[in-house]
Structure formats: structure tokens, C-alpha cells
Ligand binder design. Structure first.
Ligand SMILES: Cc1ncc(COP(=O)(O)O)c(C=O)c1O
Length: 381
């Protein structure tokens, strides 16, 4: 039996999203920039989706810029601000997704430093939460951008973005919030947050892959990073992904991720009982309701993942694969864990179709795999 428990990686597309995407593709095959009837029909799908997303996130449709996903949204916001500002400091957290950390790397090279750039990455506490006061204390008059994610993709830990956002607004400092893992998991209100940019991605909530949104505060200018036909009011060129956009809007609000908290809690309670050496990251912190990040000391996360895969379970290990080499989880390393510990995690994320039975079955499988691996390593079971 196959069980999918990796919804933070992606949520398989919902039927409503596929139907909406199919409808848009078949009923409106024109280019949304074309003035004729076929183009206007496609434009209607894009506009309807924009209206729905704007209403859902608490902003006006003019703030919604369609992109190819969370990665592009983060990159557009970061480069749009930093390529036109004087060198200065960038304040972020060490637990951001690579879609934020990588684009910031070019501002921490030796030559960038010489020019006057600096990148400060704040570390979280042992629960995986950034201290808002420390982040605010790191901001200064020469800060050009602040980036803080709303919920971490590995641990699910919710970050204190409102407090930091309030400070940034008061001091006129641009702030980007990567809300990719928060969408659908709690109320999001872009205007109330008062930030300049927020990134969202369709495939985390059951929409099609390869479509996202960058929310841009009214009055904030976006630099067109890939100049072209001037779509999205000159803010992001390229013919809009009409079916993807329609599918994203259709998926919005369809999943109540809170419904998965009892499964996650059952999984964690059973883990604590049956594998007491396991530790659960951020259990006392506010977390997204479907996510559990577990450390199994002495185990290799990737080996666990592969063993669980053989047993039919799809889960994630915290470590990331870059150019064939496996890196330990940068999130756990930032929390002060050793490299070995940071390699011994698995992430379980629940979603539609999961049941408490899946949670129990996963614990059974983990206990079996754990004992087998310990035996193979010559350790007492
Ligand atoms: C927090 C976060 N930001 C950004 C992304 C990238 O989104 P996308 O896959 O749509 O490019 C992800 C995807 O895993 C994510 O979890």
C-alpha cells in the first residue's frame, strides 16, 4: 500500500484545480493579451483568478502578480529591491528556503562586501523560531531589505512576522515574507501585515505546479527582471499560464489543513511512546498543523527515507540534495545541532486523503526500520 505523507513538498493537484485548469485550457485557448474574443476569454480566466486570490489574501487585485512559483516570486522581490538600492545591509533568517538564501548569496561575496553590502542571517531558538526583538535589533538605517518566512517548510514553525513587519513599516524598510508554506494553514492578510512583498505558490495547496504569486504593496515599483512583452502591467513579462492560474485559484481555500492536526498529534504522541529516543522539533512552538519534523539520533535521514519508501511511505528527510552531494538540514544546523543530528531527521507532512491509520502505520514502519537499522549497525535494539 502506498501512503503519501509529503504534502509540504507538494500537494497533489485537487480535482477542482485540474477541472478548472482543463476548462481554462479548452474554453479559452487564446492569448490573454490578444484583443479578439479568444484573447478576451483567456483574460477573463486570469482576471477572475486574480480577483479571487486578492480577496482571499486581503488585498486588491492590482497587488497580485502571477509568476512561475514561490522561487520566482522571491527572486523578483529580492532583485527588484536590491538592484536599485545603494549598498547596505540585508536582514534575514538562517532558516529561509533556498529560494531566498541563494539569491541573497550574491550580496555576501567578497566583492559585494567591498561595495558595502552585508547579509545578516539570524538563527532561531531550539524550537526553530526566530526572536523578533533580535531581528528588529539587527535592522538599522542602512537596511535595504528584510526577509522572514511565515512558516518554515521543514519544521512548520511559525515566525513572528507581524512584529517585524510593524517595525519595518514604521521605518519605511521593504520586507519580503515568504508565505509559501503558510498558505491555507491559517489566516493570511496581506494588507494587515503591511509589508511590501509576499510570495505564494499554487502547488502547495493542491493547485498545479509551476504557478505562483508575488503580492506587491500598492505604490511599490517592481523591476521587470526578464524584460519582454510587458504582461502583468509591465511587472512580469511572458504569456500568462492561464490553466495554471485558473487551477491555483480553484484550489484556494479547498483544503483545511487544520483537519490534519489530530493525525500529526497522534503520530507525535505515538513516536514519543514507542521511540522515546526520537525528538520532535518545535513541539511547543506554534507550527503549521500538518507538519512534524523528527530527529532519530544515530540514524541517517536519507536511509530512513529509502527504507520507508520501500515500505510504501513517501516522507522527506530534512537534508537537501545539491549537485549530487547531500547537505545536512540547514534549518537544524541553524538551530545549533551537530551535522550528524542535522542528517538524522525525517519530515512528515499530512494532507488530503491521510487518516489516523496512516499516522499509526508510519509509526509501526518507523519502529521496524529503526530496529532493523540498529541491528544491522550492531547496536542493541
Ligand atoms: C518556504 C518555501 N519557499 C519557497 C518555495 C519554492 O516554491 P516553488 O516550488 O513554487 O518554487 C518552497 C517550496 O518548497 C517553500 O517551501
Amino acid at each position: 500500500m502506498q501512503r503519501y505523507l509529503d504534502f509540504n513538498a507538494t500537494c497533489p493537484p485537487l480535482r477542482v484545480a485540474l477541472e478548472a485548469a482543463n476548462k481554462a485550457a479548452s474554453e479559452a485557448p487564446g492569448n490573454p493579451s490578444s484583443l479578439h474574443w479568444a484573447g478576451r476569454a483567456a483574460r477573463r480566466f486570469v482576471d477572475d483568478a486574480r480577483d479571487k486570490i486578492a480577496a482571499y489574501i486581503g488585498t486588491e487585485p492590482g497587488s497580485v502578480v502571477f509568476t512561475s512559483g514561490g522561487t520566482e516570486s522571491n527572486n523578483i522581490a529580492i532583485h527588484s529591491v536590491l538592484s536599485v538600492s545603494r549598498p547596505g545591509s540585508i536582514i534575514t533568517s538562517a532558516i529561509e528556503h533556498p529560494a531566498v538564501l541563494k539569491p541573497l548569496e550574491r550580496f555576501s561575496t567578497a566583492s559585494a562586501k567591498e561595495q558595502g553590502w552585508s547579509v545578516t542571517q539570524l538563527r532561531p531558538d531550539t524550537s526553530g523560531v526566530i526572536d523578533a526583538d533580535k531581528m528588529i535589533a539587527a535592522i538599522s538605517a542602512d537596511t535595504r531589505l528584510v526577509c522572514l518566512m511565515l512558516a518554515n517548510n521543514e519544521s512548520g514553525a511559525v515566525q513572528p512576522v507581524q512584529q517585524v513587519a510593524d517595525y519595518c513599516r514604521e521605518h519605511g524598510i521593504p520586507m519580503l515574507v515568504d508565505a509559501v508554506q503558510a498558505l491555507g494553514k491559517g489566516r493570511l492578510d496581506f494588507k494587515a501585515l503591511g509589508i511590501d512583498f509576499m510570495s505564494l505558490s499554487g502547488h502547495k495547496i493542491g493547485g498545479p505546479k509551476g504557478v505562483g504569486v508575488l503580492l506587491v504593496r500598492r505604490g511599490v515599483k517592481l523591476l521587470e527582471l526578464s524584460p519582454g512583452g510587458g504582461q502583468e502591467r509591465g511587472r512580469r513579462s511572458g504569456t500568462e499560464n492561464v490553466p495554471g492560474i485558473a487551477g491555483f485559484a480553484a484550489a484556494l481555500g479547498e483544503i483545511d489543513f487544520n483537519a490534519f492536526a489530530p493525525m500529526r498529534d497522534l503520530f507525535e504522541a505515538q513516536m514519543a511512546e514507542r521511540l522515546p529516543s526520537a525528538s520532535i522539533i518545535g513541539r511547543d512552538a506554534e507550527r503549521t498543523p500538518n507538519t512534524s519534523l523528527v530527529i532519530l539520533p544515530g540514524m541517517d535521514g536519507e536511509t530512513l527515507l529509502m527504507q520507508l519508501d520501500l515500505a510504501g511511505f513517501a516522507v522527506a528527510s530534512g537534508s537537501a540534495c545539491s549537485s549530487g552531494k547531500r547537505d545536512p538540514s540547514h534549518v537544524l544546523m541553524a538551530m545549533g545541532m551537530s551535522e550528524q543530528m542535522a542528517r538524522s531527521s525525517i519530515r512528515v507532512s499530512f494532507g488530503p486523503g491521510n487518516s489516523e491509520e496512516d499516522a499509526m502505520a508510519l509509526v509501526d514502519a518507523l519502529v521496524t526500520v529503526y530496529q532493523r537499522l540498529r541491528k544491522m549497525a550492531g547496536m542493541a535494539a
